[in-house]
Ligand binder design. Structure first.
Ligand code: FPP
Ligand code: MG
Length: 344
């Protein structure tokens, strides 16, 4: 198999979407790192076909690295950091990471992205058709693994996949609409991001054999975690630099995805008129920078941070239903950490 994909510009030691946050450190659970290490070869093996070209495509983003946040949530819920991960726990983590990877293959086609995880995106390197079919292949592998874990997990993952698609369609339908409602934004992020983080926690809780109320607590935690994670991502698109993001900042605005900070800025009497004049169409670099500056100096960032904070509290409230103290405290710390490097 080939070596890791060539790194492109926007070099940085930090990683996309997580910037300064180190989830493993924030969780602080013993043995989790070993679990992740055991997961890595399983993840790669799960997509290897024996066809050298297809293997290049299916392993492209796995080889590019990533924080493996969803498997981390699954393994944390399953083991509480107190025992080694079983094969079932690991396969649960692989299944959710494969759905995430597939969604990125497809998302990058929709976005016409050129870079992902600091390497050339799959669509840019292999073309749209190959990227879409390879994404489907990852989904097929995830479905097969989920089926090996039982009907409950297979059905859960299938349902989650449906929610991801619903969230994404809702986002695409509202592209370039300056009248997009906050409810529409909330629905989209619940589907495209929170559904899978919730399912990651739930699958871990199920493979770990947690009692039913704790399974529900983990599921709710994962849902709220996903909302915070996506709002954070949307804030960073406005406030972070290209170098920190490993992609051009302001991409959401340029591509007509008006997220919470922009929606608040559009509705505000001071920033609204200037922003309305710019948005509603694709933006070149000067207009993108201008729009970003308007949103950045509007109340949009503070409102989005406050909204994220309410979901941090909900996630932490959900952890009260978890009986293992280290897991409860680790999850509570992790979700709070997502806001630690954002403006107040
Ligand atoms: C990245 O978010 C994309 C997603 C969270 C989900 C994309 C979902 C689909 C394409 C639906 C189809 C799903 C599957 C599993 C085939 P983003 O666009 O906000 O972030 P980015 O800046 O990293 O692209
Ligand atoms: Mg995208």
């Amino acid at each position: 198999m080939r070596t890791a994909p060539r790194r492109l510009s926007w070099r940085s030691s930090r990683r996309l979407s997580c910037l300064g946050v180190n989830p493993l450190e924030a969780l602080g659970l013993p043995r989790l790192q070993e679990g992740l290490q055991s997961l890595e070869p399983l993840l790669t093996a799960s997509v290897v076909t024996g066809d050298a070209f297809l293997d290049d495509v299916t392993t492209h983003l796995i080889a590019a690295g990533g924080k493996r946040l969803r498997p981390l949530l699954a393994l944390a819920a399953a083991t509480g950091g107190h025992r080694d991960a079983t094969q079932e726990d690991l396969l649960g983590g692989v299944a959710v990471e494969l759905v995430h990877l597939a969604s990125l293959y497809h998302d990058d086609v929709l976005d016409e992205a050129t870079i992902r995880r600091n390497v050339e995106s799959v669509n840019s390197r292999f073309g749209n058709l190959v990227a879409i079919v390879a994404g489907d292949y990852l989904l097929a592998r995830s479905a097969a693994i989920a089926a090996s874990l039982g009907t409950e997990i297979a059905a859960l993952l299938a349902d989650t996949l449906g929610k991801l698609c619903q969230g994404q369609v809702s986002e695409v339908r509202s592209a370039f609409q300056t009248t997009r409602s906050r409810e529409d934004y909330t629905t989209a992020i619940a589907g495209k991001t929170a559904a899978l983080t919730s399912t990651s926690c739930r699958i871990g809780a199920l493979t770990g054999g947690l009692p039913s109320p704790e399974v529900e607590a983990c599921t709710e935690y994962g849902r709220c975690f996903g909302v915070v994670f996506q709002i954070r991502d949307d804030i960073l698109d406005i406030t972070a630099t290209d170098g920190e993001l490993l992609k051009p900042a302001g991409q959401d605005l340029a591509e007509g995805i008006y997220t919470l900070p922009a929606l608040v800025a559009l509705a505000h009497p001071e920033s609204g008129p200037d922003l309305h004049a710019l948005l509603g169409k694709p933006l070149g670099q000067p207009e993108r920078d201008k729009a970003r500056a308007i949103v950045a100096s509007s109340p949009g960032i503070a409102v989005a941070v406050a909204e994220a904070r309410t979901f941090v509290t909900r996630a932490q409230d959900a952890t009260a239903g978890i009986s293992v103290p280290d897991l409860r405290d680790g999850l509570a710390r992790l979700v709070a950490e997502l806001l630690s490097d954002l403006p107040d």
